[in-house]
Design a protein around this ligand. Structure first.
Ligand SMILES: CC(C)(COP(=O)(O)OP(=O)(O)OC[C@H]1O[C@@H](n2cnc3c(N)ncnc32)[C@H](O)[C@@H]1O)[C@@H](O)C(=O)NCCC(=O)NCCS
Ligand SMILES: Nc1ncnc2c1ncn2[C@@H]1O[C@H](COP(=O)(O)OP(=O)(O)OP(=O)(O)O)[C@@H](O)[C@H]1O
Length: 292
């Protein structure tokens, strides 16, 4: 594995750790609490993210060489899942993230290998051109026992595999523009990440929500997120307290949008790899961020 592969793997784990650190995220695990999850906490999720360093480097190498999805990327993803489950004692801390962030790592590596300028448009086109057909086939494969497959049978809604088959519209058309706009408005990294998470939650059919609470929970999450954004999102006065109140509400309802958290990590990884997130001056940080 090349130093470039290792650098991409480090960037991917850093993006996942930044997603984990962001607060307040409705119902999700953070350094402050475990949200609507009783089987995992921040430390376990950090160990889980760190276990992905080597697997992500292997995925970068495979992506760089444009190896095939079924014969290389998917077995590496399954191997990464196995390692993650060994670290967590069988808890699904990062199955969705391994899939979505893993594919971003492969696409970023391939974009570099082709000598293209690394932009969101280029990364998405490379993903589509290199693995689009295989990802479409993966989306229609019968996932017999998975939560996603059960949700599809019960509600007709699709999750991570459909998102990948469409080359991640939620990342490229929703997450990245939202994160870019938030940073340009002067929000610090935490506030911009939370704003982006709410933007994703308002738009995405998240199978972790649908699995726990069905279509009614799906509508509740989307409406709650849209309401927060209509109120100014993280640019509005008192945003931190409002997001915290929603966090408590989600915990009471036992809901959390784990898929949107994965898509936020993908957004952070691609945005930073494309040089889109420069640190803000301290004055802007203290003005726009809520208490941590
Ligand atoms: C993609 C996998 C994880 C899908 O499992 P499943 O059918 O249960 O799909 P499901 O939609 O429920 O998603 C599982 C996870 O994805 C995330 N998720 C949920 N909804 C969404 C969504 N709309 N968009 C993106 N991610 C989502 C959540 O974290 C969830 O826990 C699995 O089928 C798989 O292919 N694993 C092998 C690993 C692999 O191939 N990796 C590719 C190389 S990187
Ligand atoms: N900060 C986070 N907190 C919780 N989940 C997250 C976080 N970041 C990412 N996730 C994603 O959420 C998924 C776990 O969600 P969840 O626990 O709801 O799913 P599950 O284990 O499949 O179902 P359930 O817990 O309802 O039985 C993981 O695959 C992971 O990728």
């Amino acid at each position: 594995m090349s130093p470039e592969d290792q650098a991409l793997a480090r960037a991917a784990v850093a993006a996942m750790r930044d997603e984990l650190r962001a607060y307040p995220k409705p119902g999700l695990v953070s350094p402050v609490d475990t949200g609507a999850h009783d089987d995992m906490d921040f430390d376990l999720m950090c160990r889980s993210a760190d276990s992905l360093l080597q697997p992500f480097a292997a995925l970068a190498a495979a992506g760089r060489a444009a190896e095939r999805f079924e014969h290389a990327l998917m077995p590496l993803g399954i191997e990464a899942e196995r390692g993650m489950l060994a670290v967590t004692g069988g808890v699904n801390t990062h199955r969705g993230a391994i899939f979505s962030v893993g594919l971003m790592v492969a696409a970023l590596a391939r974009t570099q290998a082709l000598g293209l300028e690394v932009t969101p448009i280029a990364v998405r086109e490379v993903l589509q051109d290199t693995w689009g057909a295989s990802l479409q086939a993966h989306a229609t494969r019968d996932g017999a026992t998975s939560h996603g497959a059960e949700v599809r049978r019960r509600t007709g809604r699709d999750g991570a595999r459909r998102e990948a088959a469409l080359a991640f519209p939620s990342v490229f058309e929703t997450g990245i523009p939202a994160y870019r706009a938030a940073r340009q408005a002067g929000l610090d990294d935490n506030a911009a990440s939370i704003d982006t998470l709410f933007t994703l939650m308002a738009a995405v059919d998240d199978t972790t929500v649908l699995y726990r609470g069905g279509l009614e929970a799906g509508s509740f999450v989307r409406q709650a997120a849209a309401g927060f954004l209509a109120d100014g999102g993280c640019r509005g006065n008192g945003w931190f307290e409002k997001a915290q109140a929603l966090h408590r509400n989600f915990v009471e309802r036992n809901l959390s949008a784990g898929g949107c958290a994965d898509l936020l990590a993908c957004t952070l990884l691609v945005s930073r790899s494309c040089g889109e997130s420069q640190p803000q001056p301290a004055s802007a940080r203290s003005r726009l961020s809520g208490p941590r």
